[in-house]
Design a protein around this ligand. Structure first.
Ligand code: ADP
Length: 683
């Protein structure tokens, strides 16, 4: 055969500019493509040998990657190619409708390369000229050299080559010089080729000699041809799994658990998933799972392939059945991928279930690290919830763990309210809500600790899943009102006394930005605290949800609303009231008289209007009523300011408020300083 010339069989004028132009984002994958072609050719030869279709010496089968000044060469000793095969596999590229497709998937090099079987041509993303020097394994084969400079024109000529196999020589173009750097190539090989099934040699091993690094005779093999996930679980020890994890994530702590996946039917999938130990939320990153196809690294973006909550796991998944030549959005509707995703979910929940059943102690010890995954899974995936509700745990403020069912049985008798609703009490912070937890446990209630970052959302979900149940934070009301068991006894303090107390305390509340207080008076028994602060469950939760959910910013903008609860039974509150009434009597009684008169006239008018239509009421009377309302408000304000005046000189009022604030971690800065000074004075 003399030197041949020809045109590559493409319908488009010239595919190389297109390859370069459209595949800009992922140029580096050329190396993966060429090395895996070399590996394939080598594996094929091994297969032929095992079936006695090849009877020659296999010899050293390592694939070699070497750098010249301007070239990268990938050499293998696999099956090689004949001239006819080059024509068939390299020159003829099925390439119809190319432009449309490229336009659609221009950001997804994997899709394009997979779609066209363009693996080899990805060489042109980085090269101005490519040579293939190859000799088939067949007896008496003639070695050939194929050359192409990026135009559709190629040349093919006979050459001398000792050994069977293929050398692919890339003449790197000026924009791609980075790929001539040893470090860059080394890190690419590590990324894409670490677990390929044939040894890959990149240069020679180096060692230190006389203070210098020198090359040894030994090949620098960069891959592990037998990665853990391809081996039988029965042959592996815990230490093997831990070591493999360290190889994958050298910076991470030891994992909590692992799951070895191994499916043959109806799809092929192997892999190992690890539950990482997360030290903080910052550690919690998605996309740590590496996706392989027959040991070739493809991507670490597994969205759409594994369920969202499992993207928090670490490890590897290897499946040739995941279609990589489609876009991500299409992937999620692929039936194989759906099956894979469902299978992985099932495997994960089965494994957790079995650890829970067989080693509950270990499960409980690891619960704190595990809960983020399990709760996230339950929140985002119904079928996972169904399984996980059997082993998901609650932890109470004494650090005891319960399954949902166990916990329900525990609190059922004592924490059911008059409407037959089961009330789950919880704390979100053991230190800050200490006194409330104590009050609740003294009453015989159990308090859960829900301080995880997903617990706000979890609580909302569980309220919907559990029947006739409600979650209430311990500080959302005074302990007697947390679980109301019989009809409330009426407040025994007269309303004018309540008003006096309310006005007295309200006037002394410090101004805190975005915080509002309502003052309420209740009979809580003489042994309860004189003043307490509570925060309505509903408003607080709305705000918390607003923080984690879009479209609720309205609630996020609202101030925090607290109740300042005065215990009318407490000696100190009684003292303040008596003292205040005495001190203000002369000023208050004329105001009261006037108010009584206003009230009397108001009631007369209202009674008269009771059965009349609006248009039947004379305008003069309407005006009078309006005036009376205004007058009444004015008098009320006047009265409040009398009590306020009194309160300014009463250190006990201030002190009681500050103590309540202090207990809730709300006394800060100047207010705290004043409190300390006042306390010293009082001593
Ligand atoms: P794909 O690998 O997806 O089939 P490629 O463009 O990468 O597409 O390769 C086309 C064909 O060229 C391969 O199927 C194989 O038959 C042949 N080939 C490529 N590289 C080699 C090699 N190093 N040794 C032997 N044959 C090869």
């Amino acid at each position: 055969m003399s030197k041949q010339k020809g045109n590559i069989g493409v319908t488009t004028e010239n595919i190389f500019p297109i390859i370069k132009k459209f595949l800009y984002s992922d140029h580096e994958i050329f190396l993966r493509e060429l090395v895996s072609n070399a590996v394939d050719a080598t594996q094929k030869l091994k297969t032929l040998a095992s079936m006695s279709d090849f009877t020659g010496e296999l010899g050293d089968l390592a694939v070699r990657v070497s750098l010249g000044k301007k070239t990268i060469t990938i050499s293998d000793r696999g099956i090689g190619l004949t001239a006819e095969e080059i024509d068939k596999y390299i020159n003829q590229i099925a390439f119809s409708g190319a432009n449309d497709f490229l336009e659609k998937y221009k950001n997804d090099a994997n899709a394009i390369i997979g779609h066209f079987g363009l693996g080899f041509y990805s060489a042109f993303m980085v090269s101005k000229k490519v040579e293939i020097i190859t000799k088939s394994y067949r007896e008496g084969a003639q070695a050939v050299k194929w050359t192409c400079d990026g135009s559709p024109e190629f040349t093919l000529e006979e050459v001398k080559k000792e050994d069977r196999g293929t050398d692919i020589i890339l003449y790197i173009d000026d924009e791609s010089k980075e790929f001539l750097e040893e470090d860059r190539v080394s890190s690419l090989l590590k990324k894409y080729c670490s677990y390929l099934p044939t040894p890959i040699a990149f240069g020679k091993k180096k060692e230190w000699k006389d203070g210098k690094q020198v090359e040894t005779e030994e090949d620098n093999i960069i891959n592990n041809t037998n990665p853990l996930w391809t081996r039988k679980p029965s042959e592996l020890t815990d230490e093997d799994y831990k070591k493999f994890y360290r190889d994958l994530y050298p910076m991470s702590d030891e994992p909590l658990f692992w799951i070895h996946l191994n499916v043959d039917y109806p799809f092929h999938l192997t892999g190992i998933l690890y539950f990482p130990r997360v030290k903080s939320n910052i550690d919690l990153t998605k996309n740590k799972i590496q996706l392989y196809s027959n040991q070739v690294y493809v991507t670490d973006s597994v969205e759409g392939i594994v369920p969202d909550f499992l993207t928090l796991l670490h490890g590897v998944i290897d499946s040739p059945d995941i279609p990589l030549n489609v876009s991500r959005s299409y992937l999620q509707s692929d039936s194989n991928v759906k099956k894979i995703s469902a299978h992985i979910t099932k495997k994960v929940s089965d494994r957790l279930q079995s650890i829970f059943k067989n080693d509950r102690k270990q499960f409980e010890e690891k619960w704190n690290d595990l809960k983020i995954f399990i709760n996230y899974g339950m929140l985002t995936q119904d079928d996972f919830y169904e399984k996980a509700q059997k082993f998901a745990l609650f932890t109470d403020t004494d650090d005891k763990h319960y399954t949902y069912e166990e916990y329900k049985a525990l609190i059922n008798d004592n924490q059911t309210d008059k409407d037959k609703t089961l009330v789950y009490l919880y704390s979100s912070n053991k230190n800050e809500q200490y006194s409330y937890i104590e009050a609740a446990t003294n009453k015989g209630y159990n308090v859960l600790l829900l301080d995880g970052q997903l617990d706000v959302a979890l609580v909302s979900m569980l309220e919907q899943k559990f029947e006739k149940s409600r979650f209430t934070r311990v500080d959302s009301d005074i302990v007697d009102n947390l679980i109301v068991k019989d009809e409330q006894k009426a407040d025994n303090l007269a309303s004018d006394k309540q008003e006096a107390l309310s006005a007295t305390f309200k006037s002394q509340l410090p101004k805190i930005e975005k915080v509002e207080f309502s003052v309420v008076t209740q009979s809580l028994g003489e042994n309860s605290n004189p003043v307490m602060i509570t925060q309505s469950e509903y408003m607080r939760r709305m705000k918390e949800m607003a923080n984690i959910q879009a479209g609720m910013s309205f609630y996020g903008e609202m101030p925090d609303m607290f109740n300042l609860v005065l215990n009318a039974d407490h000696k100190l509150i009684k003292n303040v009231l008596e003292d205040g009434e005495k001190a203000c009597a002369t000023e208050i009684s004329p105001i009261n008289e006037e108010m009584a008169q206003v009230d009397k006239r108001r009631n007369e008018l209202r009674k008269e209007h009771e059965n009349k239509k609006d248009e039947e009421v004379p305008t003069a009377e309407k005006d009078e009523l309006n005036n009376l309302d205004g007058k009444w408000d004015e008098l009320k304000n006047k009265k409040d300011s009398v009590f306020a005046q009194y309160a300014t000189n009463n250190k006990v009022v201030r002190q009681l408020i500050d103590l309540a604030l202090l207990q809730n971690n709300m006394l800060k800065g100047e207010a705290l300083n004043n409190f300390v000074k006042r306390s010293i004075d009082l001593i």
